[in-house]
Design a binder for this molecule. Structure first.
Ligand code: ADP
Ligand code: MG
Length: 294
């Protein structure tokens, strides 16, 4: 394509709400055949709501929420915001000391002298805080409905389960249809549990065998690399700090404009409005600009 065509292409992109880092990006965009989609904040709104608090036998529901909320108040994660907001509505939250984020798994810290851990049940298991049968059952039932269950424990025991869910963006199913119409294969990639991931995939029209769940943030990049090793030309769409390495590694990185700066910096394209349909627009635009389709 001529430099003029490329400039027109990038200008047209801006009109469509697509910020393109440089004209050369259009060439990468044109060749893409696989689109890896992050789930939380990309396919879904990322605005989670707390649906349920399940105390373990002998625990107090309000106390479970208060301690969990205190810890989550120090985290930016969508799950954390849902828990902290609901807890703050019930009353003042105690301070946290020694707060630490455990990437892709949860958080830990000291609340009123208790060593608290909160996140994926796997994280609690690492602390020898296996879920008792009642919480395990509540977890299975929440996950079968496509909800995310995180657990909170302190002083050596799991104390309760917090059930959260967010909604698929109203434009995501249409976006997946448009990507397919362009001949691209959509893949859903997430750190969330497999049951939730499958439910979201079904809702937007992604095949069950194209769902990769329970992936730690540092391993998301390996999923992209594996597809590339299979000969795929991979676009990755994401919004979070946990997506940055995969966005950089992908042949084409697309960041949600509603996402974190780290994701935007790691990407070639930014979808300004956080609307996944713009990913399909970007690919069509590149093919047109470079004369592959009319
Ligand atoms: P995604 O890949 O869907 O954007 P993340 O990698 O950010 O998800 O997180 C994976 C999982 O780890 C979440 O679904 C949640 O279960 C758990 N998790 C991570 N951070 C937190 C937190 N601050 N509080 C509770 N759970 C968390
Ligand atoms: Mg995300």
């Amino acid at each position: 394509a001529t430099p003029t065509a490329l400039m027109v292409g990038t200008g047209r992109g801006a009109q469509l709400g697509i910020l393109i880092k440089g004209p050369e990006v259009l060439e990468q965009t044109r060749r893409v055949d696989t689109v890896v989609l992050d789930k939380t904040g990309t396919v879904t709104t990322g605005r989670m709501a707390l649906l349920d608090v399940v105390p373990a036998a002998g625990e107090d529901r309000e106390e479970v929420l208060r301690v969990a909320g205190a810890l989550e108040a120090a985290s930016e994660h969508p799950v954390a915001r849902a828990v902290a907001e609901a807890a703050a509505q019930a009353g003042p939250l105690p301070a946290v000391e020694g707060f630490a984020n455990v990437e892709g798994l949860g958080v830990q810290g000291v609340v009123e002298g208790r060593a608290v851990v909160l996140g994926r049940p796997r994280l609690l298991a690492d602390w020898s805080q296996e879920l008792p049968d009642d919480l395990a059952a509540a977890r299975a039932s929440a996950e079968s409905e496509g909800r995310t269950a995180v657990a909170v424990g302190w002083d050596g025991r799991a104390r309760g389960l917090l059930v959260v869910a967010d909604a698929v963006k109203p434009t995501s199913a249409e976006a997946v249809r448009r990507l397919r119409a362009l001949g691209l294969r959509p893949v859903l990639l997430t750190g969330d549990n497999a049951a939730v991931a499958r439910a979201v995939a079904a809702e937007v029209g992604i095949d069950a065998d194209a769902v990769v769940a329970e992936v730690l943030p540092q391993d998301k990049v390996d999923v992209v690399a594996r597809l590339q090793a299979e000969g795929r030309v991979v676009a990755m769409v994401g919004d979070g700090v946990n997506d940055a390495a995969a966005l950089a590694r992908a042949d084409l990185g697309l960041a949600m404009g509603t996402g974190t700066d780290v994701a935007i910096e790691a990407s070639d394209l930014t979808l300004v409005r956080g609307d996944l349909r713009a990913a399909a627009d970007a690919i069509r635009l590149a093919r047109r600009t470079l004369g592959t389709i009319k």
